[in-house]
Design a protein around this ligand. Structure first.
Ligand SMILES: [Zn+2]
Length: 1038
């Protein structure tokens, strides 16, 4: 994508004047040193600029107020606790990790690497053997001799010590160059019909294959039909002139394949994502994965294993699209494999893995390279008896500070290597010094402000009461540091409709006091003392307030709301209190009241599939962008809980949330009874989340390449500093890299991600993640170490960013084109010679086509009038901040059969492919994609299962109204409830369960998630798409 180049010019990527009180880059500015290749030296190492970018709004100004208690509008900084000082913090005791095992991989011999790579392994029906064979791409297991395995030696030695390189395997199958695929069926009437594959010519191009194929046809490369869009000719020299023919995107020309009906392509003969997932689970699941080797490909994100940090960041924190970068930019351009890392800096680690150690060098602060400012890490090489070290990133020789000096052992390693996290681990934290703090002052602990829309609808639906009741128990669960008894986070409360109401909940008050701000054009904070309080101290006043709010507005008939001034007010309150924090906004409607950020309904289906469609994803008014910038500058993260029953313009409302690292939750047509569990679970989880506040992330690389583009819930003021008002455990930033020189195979490609942030207790810290990748002059090495799940994360985010500035059609075309190019380049450069008609897929990318097709069919990239604009904007926003596990599940949902469970086992059943063919009348299935969950019941579901799950005698008695399964004391119920819990575990959003009965109307919704089938919204089936990609590849190769 990078080579093709989306024209990524979203409206907020322009250089802005620096904001915030700290210098660009972390820590003490070093403006005299510019490490080579950051585009604009002025923006990358700018001198510090004082103060905030916006003058403080005068407090206690003369705007109209409600009943104002005496003295409440006096601002005194003394009323606020000063934050926990960075000094005097106990560093965690660091226990040495076990020495790395340099002799080989740390996982047992049954792992991927040791699988026999022979294509002649006997094929049997045994599942394990099937999995093992798939590991080495013994393709016979996919179907009757349709495809064969082919092994090509990469023909050069691996350039690193460690595990054996993955066997170069590939998926090879015969597909015709492809008939013109007819335009997809877009009518709903075809929904419940058996999904029919188009007649495909099946050309078995494998010598010696015994499959009888009476319809064997060799199709010549075809000329594109009308409506094809010529691509820019900037591909590799062999690949010019590609034409696109994605079946879901274009009404193609008339089918050019005539003659006798063709044999149907067997879906079992094409690569299965489920096989790949199960295969990895069986070979690597439940084992220890030690990160002791550069360029090592981790287990898939769907495989459970215990990760041990032995010098490179855990794949929970960083996953890469490939673990071996091409040495030159020419190679990179030829392959067009995106070089990217998906970084989830605060990812949750399981209880049985070690949390990050905190290093504290006191006033000296973190040790950094003088030239490139990289932090001390395992990539620094100590020399001259330990007195100096060479930076692994820029090669600069630095003196070791006297306090840090240590002797080297006989292999040149410091004798304290295993006692210091920063020398031996991939990830750790540093306590930051005042140089790293806003205005060189230690930060205050963050604050949470709850801002509740009390307009008529929210009061009437019972939502306001629900929120207030829940907060009374939730506020006891605010996050705290492990060693602390209670949370340092302060809380504040605001309600609003057309005006804002602030509440004084100071502990010594008998009753909370309300202050009304009706001048929403120029919002100010009417009180400081008593607005942000410690919940423990003010508990009785706060509870009193929460009891009163629903009653206070019980008779309201106000239906208009404001929105931007609400965010503005929260941000000003945090700014005045000199702390970072989160706003929790509970909002329901399009803000039509006269105020800044006022919106009108601009949803227009006529814009779909036009060049103006992109405007639907852009904010309606500019003020939201400047508001987002101000919020980030003040460390104000905005969490938005939306309860819409019609269009609310999520592209506008969600913008500030998106750029401040906040989370957007949406509950359509909220019903108290059926939707409360989902909403309350989301709210609880969000409030308890471990979060870093007021964060800046910087990604440094070794020489020869650099980070060029960033995707996520982030804000960029310049080309290098990724700003996030907050970053929580679920947020991931995807970073794209480009060459600016040749990469050295010996030294590899090193990446260091540093996140400067304020902890929940108000300590300024740096979280460092390091990872080393290999480099190679052989394209085969690059293909061998690709990770499809990370590639899809990158493709999704870059495409979803691009739609802000480009027509959807162009974005879809680029995706198809890039997929074909990647695969064609493999075919041309890495695969063994074979007939052009064979589709050959690299092993590590064999399910790339099915995932790319899922992405193309996603609601965001499908301009269909049936899909609400808000739904598309919502999905777009969620995906932009997702990590690899979340995008994997989102684009390829999990479909679990539950009618043939082993009730004695604790295991979750293996998933099946997302296709109608896998369903059966006698079956019951759970489907989940991270946002939605379905329980689908076939018409002949066994009565004992129905009785066990629902306590009713038959299929006809099942009510589809329920959103939870009843708690019943039988094994079916317990087992299936535990499966549902397992699916929900660790997911950022609570999934509401929908019960769907076969052949009933709601089944239509469910079927949209059967992503291998032709979509009701016009997307191609997996088989059709594979044929389409194959045709593209043939054209590229010809
Ligand atoms: Zn350096």
């Amino acid at each position: 994508m990078s080579q093709q180049g989306y024209v990524t010019a979203p409206p907020y990527s322009q250089s802005q004047p620096r904001m915030g009180g700290f210098s660009a880059g972390f820590g003490p500015p070093n403006s005299s040193l510019h490490y080579g290749h950051y585009g604009d030296p002025n923006s990358s190492h700018a001198a510090p600029q004082p103060g905030m970018s916006k003058p403080t709004v005068p407090l206690g100004s003369s705007a109209p107020l409600g009943p104002l208690p005496p003295g409440t509008h006096q601002f005194s900084q003394n009323n606020f606790q000063s934050g926990a000082s960075a000094a005097g913090q106990q560093p965690h005791r660091f226990q040495s990790p076990p020495p790395p095992n340099n002799t080989g991989p740390s996982y047992p011999p049954s792992s991927l690497h040791s699988q026999p790579a022979s294509p002649h392994t006997a094929s049997t029906s045994c599942t394990t053997q099937l999995a093992n064979q798939l590991n080495s791409m013994q393709i016979n297991s996919y179907g009757p001799s349709a495809i064969q395995s082919s092994h090509t030696s990469s023909g050069h030695p691996a350039s690193f010590q460690g595990p054996q390189p993955l066997p170069l395997t590939q998926h090879q199958m015969a597909l015709p160059p492809g008939p013109q695929i007819p335009p997809p069926a877009n009518n709903f009437s075809g929904l419940c019909a058996q999904s029919s594959l188009p007649n495909m010519a099946r050309q078995d191009g494998i010598p010696g294959s015994g499959l009888p194929n009476p319809n064997l046809q060799q199709l010549p490369g075809q000329t594109p039909g009308p409506g094809y869009h010529p691509q820019q000719g900037n591909y590799g020299p062999q690949m010019a002139g590609s034409q696109l023919s994605y079946p879901g995107a274009f009404p193609g020309g008339p089918a050019q394949l005539s003659g006798p009906p063709q044999k149907r392509l067997d879906p079992d003969s094409i690569p299965s994502p489920i096989q790949v997932i199960e295969n990895d689970k069986s070979s690597r699941g439940g084992q220890i994965y030690a990160t002791n080797t550069r360029g090592q490909v981790p287990p898939l994100v769907t495989t459970d294993c215990l990760i041990q940090d032995q010098g490179h960041a855990s794949p929970r924190y960083i996953r890469c699209t490939t673990y071996c970068f091409p040495s030159t930019s020419d190679m990179a351009k030829q392959a067009r494999i995106p070089l990217a890392a998906v970084i989830q800096p605060f990812a949750t680690v399981p209880q049985n893995e070690t949390p990050l150690y905190v290093v504290n060098h006191g006033e000296a602060g973190p040790i950094r390279c003088n030239r490139c400012k990289a932090y001390m890490c395992p990539f620094m090489q100590f020399i001259e008896g330990g007195r100096r070290y060479q930076c692994g990133f820029c090669n600069c020789i630095n003196d070791v500070p006297p306090f840090f000096f240590q002797h080297l052992d006989h292999i040149g390693r410091r004798v304290d290597h295993y006692e210091r996290p920063e020398l031996s681990l991939g990830s750790y934290e540093y306590v930051a010094t005042l140089d790293y703090c806003r205005n060189n002052k230690p930060p205050n602990p963050p604050a949470y402000i709850f801002m509740i829309d009390v307009s008529y609808r929210n009061i009437n639906s019972g939502l306001v009461k629900l929120i207030c009741d829940e907060l009374k128990t939730l506020l006891d669960k605010l996050p705290r540091e492990e060693q602390e008894e209670s949370s340092a986070i302060r809380v504040g409360f605001v309600t609003y409709n057309k005006v804002l109401h602030f509440f004084n909940v100071k502990s010594n008050l008998a009753q909370p006091q309300m202050m009304v701000v009706s001048d929403v054009g120029e919002v100010f904070v009417p009180l400081l003392d008593g607005f942000l309080v410690n919940f423990q101290e003010s508990r009785s006043v706060v509870n009193n307030l929460l009891d009163q709010i629903p009653e206070m507005f019980a008779d309201t008939n106000e239906s208009e709301t404001i929105f931007a001034p609400v965010i503005q007010a929260g941000m000003e309150a945090l700014k005045a209190a000199e702390c970072a924090g989160k706003l929790f906004i509970f909002h329901s409607s399009l803000p039509t009241a006269e105020a800044p950020g006022k919106l009108r309904n601009r949803d227009d289906k006529k814009l779909l599939n036009t060049d103006k469609e992109k405007t639907l994803f852009q904010p309606q008014v500019n003020s939201y962008e400047s508001l987002a910038r101000d919020c980030v500058a003040n460390g104000c993260c905005v969490n938005l809980f939306l309860f819409p029953n019609q269009y609310v313009d999520i592209a506008s409302l969600g913008l500030v949330t998106m750029h401040t690292g906040g989370t957007l939750y949406k509950y359509n047509n909220f019903q108290l009874n059926s939707d409360s569990p989902q909403f309350l679970t989301d709210l609880r989880r969000d409030i308890e989340k471990k979060t870093g506040f007021d964060a800046i992330m910087r990604v440094r690389t070794s020489t020869g390449f650099r980070a060029t583009d960033f995707f996520g819930a982030i804000y960029m003021n310049n080309t290098t500093d990724v700003e996030m008002a907050a970053v929580d455990c679920d947020k991931a930033v995807t970073v794209e890299f480009k060459h600016d020189d040749k990469l050295n195979e010996d030294s590899g490609a090193l990446i260091q991600c540093a996140v400067l942030y304020t902890s929940i207790s108000g300590q300024r810290r740096l979280r460092i993640h390091n990872i080393g990748l290999n480099c190679s002059t052989q394209l085969a090495d690059v293909y061998k170490t690709c990770e499809t799940d990370a590639l899809i994360n990158f493709f999704a985010k870059s495409a979803f960013k691009a739609i802000l500035s480009q027509p959807l059609k162009a974005v879809r075309e680029i995706l198809v084109s890039q997929t074909a190019h990647m695969l064609a380049c493999y075919r041309k450069n890495c695969a063994s010679p074979s007939a052009v008609s064979q589709l050959i897929l690299p092993d590590a990318m064999k399910v790339l086509p099915v995932y790319v097709n899922c992405l193309l069919k996603s609601s965001v990239l499908t301009g269909r009038p049936e899909i609400p604009t808000d739904e598309r904007a919502y999905h777009r926003q969620l995906v932009m901040s997702m990590g690899v596990a979340d995008t994997q599940l989102f684009f390829y949902p999990q479909l679990l059969p539950i009618h043939n469970l082993d009730l004695k086992s604790d295991a979750v059943p293996a998933a099946v492919r997302c296709s109608e063919e896998r369903l059966s009348e006698g079956g019951a299935f759970i489907l989940a994609n991270g946002l939605s969950m379905f329980l689908w019941l076939g018409v002949s579901t066994p009565p004992e299962l129905i009785q066990g799950l629902f306590n009713v005698p038959s299929f006809a008695h099942i009510s589809t109204e329920a959103t939870l399964l009843p708690d019943l004391a039988n094994t079916y119920s317990k087992k299936i409830k535990s499966i549902v819990e397992h699916i929900q575990n660790q997911k950022p959003y609570t999934m509401k369960l929908m019960i769907v009965k076969q052949r009933e109307q709601p089944e239509m919704l469910f079927r949209q998630f059967l992503v291998e089938d032709k979509s009701i919204h016009g997307g191609a089936s997996y088989v059709d798409f594979l044929c389409c990609v194959h045709k593209e590849i043939c054209q590229l190769l010809n």
